[in-house]
Design a protein around this ligand. Sequence first.
Ligand SMILES: [Fe+2]
Ligand SMILES: [Fe+2]
Length: 365
Amino acid sequence: MPSPVCTEDQFIDLCRLHRSVTLVANALKLSERAVCARRRRVERKHGIRIDLGGTGMQPSPDKRPRQVRAAEAALAEELRTIAPKVATSKAQREKMRAPSNRPDDIEHFPSEWRYRMTVQDGTVVIGSDAHYAPGTISTAHRALVHLTAELKPVAVILNGDIYNASAANRHPRIRWHKPPSVKAEVEVCQERLGEIEAVLGNGKAIRTWGNHDSNFESKLSHLVPEYEGIGGFTLWEHLPRWQPCMSVFINDRPGGLVVKHRFKGGLHAPQNNALWAGRSMATGHLHSQKCYPLTDYNGTRYGVDLGCMAPTDADESFHYAEDDPRNWRSGFAVFTFRGGELMPPELVTVLGPRAVWFRGEVLTV
Ligand SMILES: [Fe+2]
Ligand SMILES: [Fe+2]
């Protein structure tokens, strides 16, 4: 076999950039047959799927204007030169592709959508809406770290809105407010999540997508779609231990628990969530911690608003709230399963600086 004209990492980057057998073949000055064969080899070797637009061996002719094709060819040439510098290191890539650490390993439909897990006897700690801000460590976060170390849960789920996207959201800037940078917010997420990882042991670390988290990738995919696949352009790459997904189904059957960032809205949202989901459901987004039981012929299920792990008066994260009174409560919740059945959820509620209420006691954290 002749030696390849580019490395496997460069080949993957080019495929992700072009999504076309023809364009990749042109960029590498290879036949389309050779590109398809190499794609199959790389897919088999790394257990990944390389999307080349489904064109297979019969690509449709490129009918775009000459200037567009020339600009793309120039960009591809540039990428061939710079890819090794900007892409993540080979060691990092291998780590991301490790079977235990890839979003592709989620039992889901479709990709990165629904994560299923079974808990027979054990505890799951679930917090939401941390909106982590530089320079602040909330009482709820301290308590979550403390109880994770104490309870040794089988999993910690952060149920969305960990990354606040203060400087990179879809809303216009408010007057001359100076929000923290994207870099500072990603770094503070890494720091806080690292504190949870340090006490989690072999427990599973999972995070669901919140509307704020989505801003990280949505902004990039909207403004520079051609850069899809370049290292660092997904939030997951910055938080590699945390399994990303849209929802978590714990014991996927009636009587199980569904965890997702948001479903119904309004004052009675948690009750309506349990009613319309037909399952117990834990959500965030509304920041208004409470737990509704709902009993019918099928037994009792629970709608839980997890509240927010951010301080409710965090003006940096909630600048948009204009100092309004907020019917919000800071805290999180502990879910215990016995014989696969969900026991009544237990709220952990912030009372004041460094103090939370849990199981009939004030805990100082
Ligand atoms: Fe939120
Ligand atoms: Fe939200």
